[in-house]
Design a protein around this ligand. Structure first.
Ligand code: NAD
Length: 250
């Protein structure tokens, strides 16, 4: 394929998504950056950082849980860049709450962003990837979707849904040159991660549970995502990789 590659990263204004967008730019990708409209300033800052690296960056506001916004974002990104080689479905939310008493609206919001959002972004992109016979789909799941922690049952369900969806999609589109893989971050220090990590005792306990004896930074997730987004992973599809410093061993 001719360079540069193009990637679409959702939820790219901060945390793991911003690190992935910058990491892909450093590896030679032009990047379409998505986030919700209220993250405009932070998203623009990431775009400026990418441009400073000499790569192209464009921002596209959309709530990934709203189909009309997703369809419009993908159409605009395809029009701006001509093609999207790789998509990283990173946008996600965590609203903590135990099952007993969990508001239905919290279940719906978490499922809609984390699971349905990835489905809708992929569905909007598939026709162009199929037409070109090429695509790299990387879905950010979570070790929470395999193991999970109290007060995160709905989050765990949403991430397990992403993994199951990815395994089947990989079988549907593999013969068309499109791979689909998941990355499962462990405990990563981001705004979302702070839900787990604000209390120093909790932070120490997570470090102690981790083989590498530390919690992760957003940059720790970049290399594995870049691998799945690249041709180095051409014969890898339907897989899930834990990027957790050694917490979950399956
Ligand atoms: P974060 O809250 O710092 O960043 C999430 C980003 O997604 C934000 O920029 C947010 O504005 C955006 N976003 C939220 N809802 C959106 C929507 N509806 N449409 C578009 N964008 C939206 O969180 P993070 O820790 O960087 O998480 C990134 C991904 O990694 C998420 O999918 C999360 O579930 C996953 N993850 C995080 C951890 C962790 O410990 N931080 C662990 C495992 C998995």
């Amino acid at each position: 394929m001719s360079e540069p590659r193009t990637a679409l990263v959702t939820g790219a204004s901060r945390g793991i998504g911003a690190a992935i967008a910058l990491g892909l730019a450093r590896r030679g990708y032009d990047v379409a950056l998505n986030d919700i409209a209220r993250q405009e300033e932070a998203l623009n800052d990431v775009a400026d950082e990418i441009r400073a690296l000499g790569r192209r960056a464009e921002t596209f506001h959309a709530d990934v849980s709203v189909k009309a916004e997703v369809d419009s974002m993908v159409a605009q990104a395809l029009s701006a860049f001509g093609r999207i080689d790789a998509v990283v479905n990173n946008a996600g939310i965590l609203i903590a709450g135990e099952v007993d008493g969990l508001p239905e609206a919290h279940w719906d919001a978490v499922m809609d962003v984390n699971a349905k959002g990835a489905f809708m972004v992929i569905q909007a992109l598939l026709p162009s990837m199929k037409a070109r016979g090429y695509g790299r789909i990387v879905n950010i799941a979570s070790i929470g979707g395999k193991h999970g922690a109290p007060a995160q049952a709905h989050y765990s369900a949403s991430k397990a849904a992403v993994m199951g969806f990815s395994r089947v999609l990989a079988q549907e589109v593999g013969s068309l040159g499109i791979t689909v893989n998941c990355v499962c971050p462990g405990i990563i220090l981001t705004d979302m991660g702070r839900v787990n990590l604000d209390d120093p005792h909790v932070r120490a306990a997570w470090s102690a549970k981790t083989a590498l004896a530390r919690i992760g930074d957003p940059e720790d997730v970049v290399g594995p995502v870049a691998f799945f987004a690249s041709d180095d992973s051409a014969f890898v599809t339907g897989q899930t990789l834990n990027v957790d410093g050694g917490i979950v061993f399956s």
